[in-house]
Every structure is written in structure tokens, then in C-alpha cells.
Design a binder for this molecule. Structure first.
Ligand SMILES: Cc1ncc(COP(=O)(O)O)c(C=O)c1O
Length: 407
């Protein structure tokens, strides 16, 4: 990869803050956006700022055409069979809530998650447990925080007959580990359970083929993969989407309505209620094209290189613990760590203030995992393909200094 050329595509790298460049390591929250995405959004507002799918004048037709093109691009990117399997949402959270509220789950139905879920894939099931009496079960991770396939099989067996959905985080935002989705899906099938994948931290980082994987639903966010803020996608198998009741209803979801009733449109329209984030959708299409141009293999390889460098450097810091497996190859672009006796927020704050190194600290919306282990929180570096070894060096050198001062 030509890093200099890539970095020129991201306006933020040309920016100085307090006389220094920026080291952006908070990509699990949101990535930066390349010029192509920013321009696509700007073009929408400047050249055709109209509704899609409704009016039939020139501007509206252009919006409809561009949104349709984005839907096709995204369908191809994840290996969906048709573009109608792609529903635009605001984010991963909305996609998961759509599935939770549209599946007809009843009292006693079991939904199985990991013990490392982001609140987006935890709270919806807890709410359904309260409202409808579904049963939410959790697969505990192994000692090194990786997925315990044997435990999963045991829980599936004890849930036989009632297990309706395996809803799991594909790649964890907490430690970057990825679950063995293929095996999980095969086993879920044997018990008649559907599978929903939270791919918020997976889709931006490696090739996923939903068709090969045989996933039933998959949610991900545009803003974590170079796309505009407040964009997301829910993939669903068409025959399942046809059966789901929409969660939000209203304009654009129906073929017609009378005072007494209505007829819903087929998927995806019946799930996309009201005017949409057209600029965002078009921008997300551009973001996917950009990622494809870089190549998903190259993205994963660069993240590994960066993670390896940081992990090796961190081995020299006494009292520092990395969450998850020791091998950086198992943790994508994420290094989540804590240092005995030092508040993670303080580390993040000083890195930002003194060196413009931007990371995240806290419990990363996975409060349940931290609470169950009595860990206050972690500092999390999340790298993306545009980060460099120089970025890692600046981070590690400053981290070492800060830890020495705070100790
Ligand atoms: C694994 C995972 N799932 C879900 C989400 C929620 O994403 P969003 O806030 O875009 O809905 C995140 C966000 O960080 C995440 O990392």
C-alpha cells in the first residue's frame, strides 16, 4: 500500500492541532472519511438535494439512482444475493433492534449471545425478556476471552427445542477477537436457530460473505467503515425479511393505504420508513468502493502489522495487561489494555492533551463484561489501514512516559 498516497485522501492528516499532527486511534468508534466520501455527500447537497423514491423530477431521479447504486455496491461487498436484502439504517444498533422487534419471539423462546456483547446486542434482548418473557442465555468466554465452542454446544443442547436465535458479536469492540462464525452458524442450524451477527467491528476490517457464511441477519455501521455518521445496514435473507413485520412504519413502507388498512411494500422498502439519509447512503456507497480499492486483505494485513508492533512494545511495560488473547493476530486492529493502579481515562486524556494521540477509554459500551470481572475499564487503541508504524511509535513512546509519571 502506498501510505503517503492513502493518507493524502484523508483531510484530517493534513491538519495540525496545537502545532502537531493527529494520531487517530479511535477507529472502532468512527473512522475518518476519505475525500471521495466527503465529496459524495457535498455533491448531494449541492447538486441534487431532493427526495429519493417519491417524486419523479430530474433531481429526485438522480437521488433514487444513486441510492440504488449504493445498495447494489453494498450487496456485492457482503455477498448478498440481491440488493433487496440490504436495508439502510442509522447504525448497527438500529439494525439489531429491527430484528429484535420484528421477529415474532414469544415467552420461553431462547436468544443466545456471548458474554462480550456491546450494549446494542444486549439491551434489546433484556428488554424483550422483560416485555415478552423470552429467555436470554449467555455463552461464557474462555479464560483468554476467546469464544468457547464447547460451552456453546452444551448450551445449544440444553436449549434444544426453544432456541430461536443466536445473536452474536462477530468481532468484539472490547478486545478485537472474532468468533468462529461458520461453526456457530452450522451448529445453530442443527438446532433450528436463526443467526444474527453484529458485524460493526468486522465489516470494516475483513471480507465477509453472508451467503457463504449462511448468516440470516447481519448488522453493521457505515461510520465505522469510512462512511458518513448515522449510516448503517441490516442484511437479511430475503425470505426471512418477507416474513418480518416492520418495526417502524409510515411513509414509503406501504403500497397503498385506506382509512381502514394498508398493504406493505416488499423488502427493503417496508423497513425504511420516512425520508432517508440520502447523502449518507450515497456516501456509504462511496466508502465501500474506497475500501474495495484498498482491498480487504491489505486492510487486515496493515492492522496486524500495527497491532504486532504495539503488542511487542507493550510487553516491556510492567503491570500492563492486554485484554484478550496474547497473539495480536487474534485481535484485529484492537489493543485494549489497563495498567494496574492507573486510571485508563487519565491515560487517554494525557495522550490527547500532550501528543494529539486519540484513543478511547472506559467500558466501551460493554459494561456487563467489566462489571462481571471487577475491572474498572480499559484504554483502547483501534487502528485502521491508514495508520502507520510512526503513529504506533508516537503512541507507545508517550504511553511509556505517562505511565512513568503516573506511577
Ligand atoms: C461491536 C459493536 N456493536 C455495536 C456497536 C454499535 O454501533 P452503533 O453505535 O454504530 O450502532 C458498536 C459500536 O461501537 C460495536 O463496536
Amino acid at each position: 500500500m502506498n501510505m503517503e498516497k492513502i493518507r493524502r485522501d484523508f483531510p484530517l492528516f493534513g491538519t495540525m492541532l496545537n502545532g502537531k499532527g493527529v494520531v487517530y486511534f479511535d477507529n472502532a468508534c468512527q473512522t475518518l472519511r476519505p475525500r471521495a466520501v466527503i465529496d459524495a455527500v457535498k455533491d448531494y447537497y449541492e447538486k441534487y438535494p431532493a427526495c429519493g423514491g417519491r417524486s419523479s423530477h430530474k433531481l429526485a431521479n438522480e437521488v433514487t439512482r444513486k441510492c440504488d447504486e449504493a445498495r447494489k455496491t453494498i450487496a456485492k461487498f457482503i455477498g448478498a444475493k440481491t440488493k433487496e436484502e440490504i436495508i439502510f439504517t442509522r447504525n448497527t444498533t438500529e439494525g439489531i433492534n429491527l430484528v429484535a422487534n420484528s421477529l415474532k419471539l414469544n415467552r420461553g423462546d431462547i436468544v443466545l449471545t456471548t458474554d462480550k456483547e456491546h450494549n446494542s446486542n444486549l439491551i434489546p434482548w433484556q428488554v424483550l425478556a422483560k416485555k415478552k418473557g423470552i429467555i436470554h442465555k449467555i455463552v461464557p468466554s474462555k479464560q483468554d476471552n476467546s469464544f468457547d465452542l464447547e460451552k456453546f454446544k452444551e448450551i445449544m443442547e440444553e436449549s434444544r427445542g426453544n432456541i430461536k436465535l443466536t445473536a452474536m458479536v462477530l468481532t468484539s469492540n472490547l478486545d478485537g477477537t472474532t468468533i468462529p462464525a461458520e461453526e456457530i452458524i452450522k451448529i445453530s442450524r442443527q438446532y433450528g436457530a436463526m443467526v444474527l451477527l453484529d458485524a460493526a467491528q468486522a465489516a470494516p476490517h475483513r471480507k465477509i460473505d453472508v451467503n457463504k457464511l449462511d448468516a440470516d441477519f447481519m448488522a453493521f455501521s457505515g461510520h465505522k467503515m469510512l462512511g458518513p455518521s448515522g449510516t448503517g445496514v441490516l442484511y437479511g435473507k430475503y425470505r426471512l425479511l418477507e416474513k418480518l413485520e416492520p418495526f417502524l412504519t409510515g411513509g414509503d413502507t406501504v403500497e397503498y393505504s385506506t382509512y381502514g388498512g394498508h398493504k406493505f411494500l416488499p423488502p427493503p422498502e417496508k423497513f425504511e420508513a420516512g425520508l432517508q439519509n440520502y447523502a449518507g447512503i450515497i456516501g456509504l456507497g462511496e466508502a465501500v468502493k474506497y475500501m474495495e480499492k484498498i482491498g480487504m486483505k491489505n486492510i487486515a494485513a496493515q492492522e496486524y502489522k500495527l497491532n504486532k508492533f504495539i503488542t511487542e512494545e507493550m510487553a516491556e511495560i510492567p503491570g500492563l495487561k492486554i485484554i484478550g488473547p496474547a497473539d495480536p493476530a487474534s485481535r484485529g486492529g484492537i489493543v485494549s489494555f489497563y495498567v494496574d493502579g492507573i486510571d485508563s481515562h487519565q491515560i487517554a486524556l494525557i495522550l490527547d492533551e500532550t501528543a494529539n494521540v486519540m484513543i478511547r477509554s472506559g467500558q466501551h459500551c460493554a459494561h456487563s463484561w467489566f462489571a462481571s470481572r471487577g475491572i474498572a475499564g480499559s484504554a483502547r487503541v483501534s487502528a485502521y489501514f491508514y495508520n502507520t508504524i510512526d503513529d504506533c511509535r508516537v503512541f507507545v513512546q508517550n504511553l511509556k512516559k505517562i505511565i512513568n509519571v503516573l506511577r
